[in-house]
Design a protein around this ligand. Structure first.
Ligand code: AMP
Length: 380
């Protein structure tokens, strides 16, 4: 199956070829035709599945032939949980739409930065990618109106709900026209997501993409039994001894993230932490450097890591284990993409051992365990 068989415009197919998108991914095979027919879609899929292009392509296609817009009345609204994802989604709209004969103006709006440039940018906007809070601020100042929205996309709906955006989302729904297309994407179908799905979706086409078992098999997973105070030295030992590059380290608290990154730097390992307390500028810069391979280690909380889209990541470290087995698979799944083997390292304290067994059971795979007591960590 090729992209041209969907009836997408030649301009879109041309960009896809230039980007080496040879074949549609499974989610794209199912979602693109449904969205082109203006049906509602519920997509259960994670970052890495190709979900962004699965809605960006048909939306751009549907806008062609009629790109007129009432000023400050966007026609497509994409709601996302984080600023990082807002920026990434906008980039995909711009990239995939770059050869279209009729220009589609896309803007990303999010909090934590000055609102004025966003107000000015909303002039003539067709596609608006937004985090819920900032969108409401802009609506309240009449900088944008939602009464002409034809397509609503909720991307990473589960994350939006986890972050407590429910109330803002409900307010936004009341501002939209009744008749519209609704597309909901979520990594998991939690009861809260199912509830939103019932409220907004009509006769939706359901596309469910399970994280692929083979993908997990591609990843070399190792667990290290380690005590809390030895985690720092062990991390530095592994990075230095194994010459690890482009390492994504997961940590739960912002304080710990800063602490671990500082200690890595003090030990001559180039590292930066990103979390919700860092400025937008600092976060974007760190992500850029990490993606291009200039920055060796990125220490991050789950929330910000969620939207990080890197084609292939060689190494992920669970400095702290995630609560749910699903999150564990999602974290390590970033390393086994595109048929490249990746490495996933997990630190397991005595208190974590039971939880780590549950994770492995759910994943259906046992992880090789190494006792760090047998490693000489002196000097690290
Ligand atoms: P996403 O799940 O939207 O974050 O996409 C994951 C990555 O897959 C992105 O880097 C896309 O550029 C890439 N991608 C999406 N669809 C395709 C495709 N059909 N062929 C090759 N790469 C793709």
């Amino acid at each position: 199956m090729s992209f041209s068989s969907f009836g997408l415009s030649p301009a879109l197919v041309k960009v896809l070829a230039a980007q080496h998108y040879e074949q549609p991914y499974p989610i794209q095979k199912e979602a693109i035709p449904a969205i082109l027919q203006r049906k509602d879609v519920l997509g259960i899929a994670q970052t890495g599945s190709g979900k962004t292009a699965s809605y960006v392509l048909p939306i751009l296609s549907n806008l062609q032939g009629n790109t007129t817009v009432k000023n400050r009345h966007a026609r497509v609204l994409v709601l996302v949980p984080t600023r990082e994802l807002a920026v990434q989604v906008r980039e995909v709209f711009i990239l995939l739409g770059s050869e279209l004969p009729e220009r589609v103006k896309t803007l990303a709006v999010f909090g934590g930065v000055s609102i004025n440039p966003q107000m000015i940018g909303l002039q003539g906007v067709q596609v608006l990618v937004a985090t819920p809070g900032r969108l409401l601020e802009l609506v309240e100042s009449n900088a944008v109106h939602l009464s002409e929205i034809e397509t609503l996309v909720l991307d990473e709906a589960d994350k939006m709900l986890n972050l407590g955006f429910r109330e803002e989302m409900n307010r936004i729904f009341t501002l939209l026209p009744q008749k519209r297309q609704n597309l909901l994407f979520s990594a998991t179908l939690s009861p809260e997501v199912a509830n939103i799905n019932q409220i907004i979706l009509h006769d939706a086409v359901v596309v469910k993409i399970e994280p692929e078992k083979e993908q997990i098999d591609l990843i070399e997973q190792t667990g290290y039994f380690v005590t809390l105070e030895k985690k720092g030295p062990l991390l530095r030992y592994l990075i230095k001894k194994n010459g690890l590059q482009q390492v994504l380290v997961f940590i739960s608290s912002t304080f710990q993230a800063d602490n671990v990154a500082d200690k890595l730097c003090k030990n001559g390992i180039d590292a930066v932490s990103i979390h919700s307390k860092k400025s937008q500028g600092a976060r974007t810069e760190a992500l850029r450097e990490f993606k291009t391979g200039k920055l060796r280690v990125l220490v991050t909380t789950d929330l910000l890591a969620r939207g990080i889209d890197i084609e292939f990541l060689p190494c992920v470290v669970n400095y702290e284990l995630p609560r749910s087995p699903k999150d564990y698979i999602h974290r390590i799944g970033r390393t086994g993409r595109a048929e490249n083997p990746g490495e996933a390292i997990s630190f397991v304290t005595p208190e974590d051992q039971h939880h780590f067994r549950i994770i492995q059971k759910k994943m259906g795979k046992w992880v090789t365990m190494i006792d760090s007591q047998n490693i000489d960590l002196k000097g690290f």
